[in-house]
Design a protein around this ligand. Structure first.
Ligand code: FCB
Length: 412
């Protein structure tokens, strides 16, 4: 399953960043002012009634998390800062929360770990959610205010910034499938959310660049997938796969590109969709997304398809003309019997893309820790490091040790 390239070792350039990725709500705990805090209290929203109230308790245990990254020999870390914590009420700024993030970013820098800071990773302050969330008329302006605030308070400690994580996933889960806040089910609503997120990204991009100039490198973490027709001879399957690829995965990056609003291109990659045309799935662009018989899958049933990452990295490096980072890639694997092979196969794809001329600058594995996996709760285990939710103890998995070795040898 190593894709192209066959047997020989593949190496990474000396400047290539090996890192891990996390998001505030999924690990921190202790934030009561976000839409997800409220959403998780509504019956039936989250699997097993799980709540992000404590999560990995990283708000208190962040120093041991930095120590873990150090022990793994990481060169970078992608984290998000919680808007709802920093601006808990409209117009109010919690300076202690900003200071807390300053300490984390400072400690990462001291450890030689380059931070990549995400401003929006799915969650919103409750006050803004109550006003319409991403569809509030002033959403882009408020998000730009937040970007300006973050740039002023933290800008000297971070070079790499992600404005928005996976806008297409947020629009689909929150506005089309109704699985995440604000739990709406409307295709026009989802398209409006997508549009609003685009305007918000552009506004935040400009705010960060105005504040920091080229000292800030700013991009989006796009959720990209590979869409293929189940039956290559079926016109309908081909049309449905084409539509899904264009609308769900390509539209947002193409729009950002057209606005000239990115300094790098972030790829979050997990899986592919093998698509069968289906009238019953009209709201989902007629795409019945399936797993090929016998294909290897994660604990969440997502197909393991490393070739997709190499193909996407080559394609978007060429097309975007800016450096690429793999801003997320990982697997739910509680017993840790697939994560090692998954890492090797996906990193070989990245190395292969670099060898073919793609300017890929880094890879952030999702995730450092087991964490709160949104509506799936705590059951999926994405961590290189296992978390015992009874004690919050951390234990490095065998795949974590393997990743440390790859990062040390800079070869796979
Ligand atoms: C991505 C999200 C991230 C995490 C992984 C498994 O879509 O950005 O927060 O939930 O999936």
């Amino acid at each position: 399953m190593t894709g192209r390239g066959g047997g020989g070792a593949r190496t990474f350039p000396p400047s290539f960043l090996f890192g891990t990725a996390t998001a505030a709500t999924q690990i921190e705990g202790g934030c009561t002012t976000s839409d997800w805090y409220a959403f998780a209290r509504e019956p039936g929203r989250i699997k097993d009634g799980d709540r992000p109230d404590v999560a990995c308790d990283s708000w208190n245990l962040w120093e041991s998390d930095v120590a873990l990254q150090r022990r793994l020999g990481m060169g970078a870390h992608r984290l998000s800062i919680e808007w709802a914590r920093i601006v808990p009420r409209e117009g109010a700024v919690d300076h202690a929360a900003l200071d807390h993030y300053r300490r984390i970013l400072g400690a990462l820098g001291d450890a030689g770990i380059e931070p990549m800071v995400t401003l929006h990773h799915f969650t919103l302050p409750l006050w803004l959610a109550a006003r319409g969330g991403v569809l509030a008329p002033d959403f882009a302006a408020r998000f730009a205010d937040f970007a300006r605030l973050a740039a002023g308070a933290l800008g000297d400690l971070a070079r790499l910034w992600v404005t928005i994580n996976e806008p297409n996933v947020l629009a689909a889960q929150g506005y089309l499938l109704g699985a995440w806040p604000p739990a709406k089910k409307s295709l026009p609503g989802a398209l409006r959310a997508n549009r609003a997120l685009l305007e918000a990204h552009v506004a935040a991009y400009r705010a960060l660049k105005d504040a920091r100039g080229d000292a800030a490198r700013v991009g989006v973490a796009y959720h990209l997938r590979v869409a293929q027709p189940e039956n290559a001879r079926s016109l309908l399957d081909r049309a449905a796969a084409g539509l899904f690829g264009r609308v769900f995965t390509d539209a947002f990056p193409a729009a950002v590109e057209a606005r000239g609003a990115q300094d790098f291109f972030g790829i979050n990659y997990y899986s592919r969709d093998v698509i069968r045309f289906s009238l019953r799935h009209a709201a989902e662009l007629f795409a019945d997304r399936r797993i090929p018989a016998g294909a290897p899958v994660s604990d969440l049933g997502w197909e393991i398809y490393p070739e997709g990452l190499g193909a996407l990295a080559r394609r978007w490096a060429r097309r975007s003309g800016v450096p690429v980072y793999v801003t997320e890639n990982g697997i739910a694997d509680a017993v840790d019997d697939r994560r090692g092979d998954f890492l090797v196969a996906h990193l070989r794809e990245v190395a292969g893309a670099i060898a073919a001329g793609a300017d890929v600058r880094g890879y952030f594995h999702w995730s450092l820790l087991d964490n709160f996996e949104w509506a799936e709760g705590y059951e999926p285990r994405f961590g290189l490091v296992e978390v015992d939710y009874a004690t919050r103890a951390r234990r490095v998995r065998a795949s974590g040790e393997l990743y440390a070795r790859i990062a040390r040898e800079r070869a796979v």
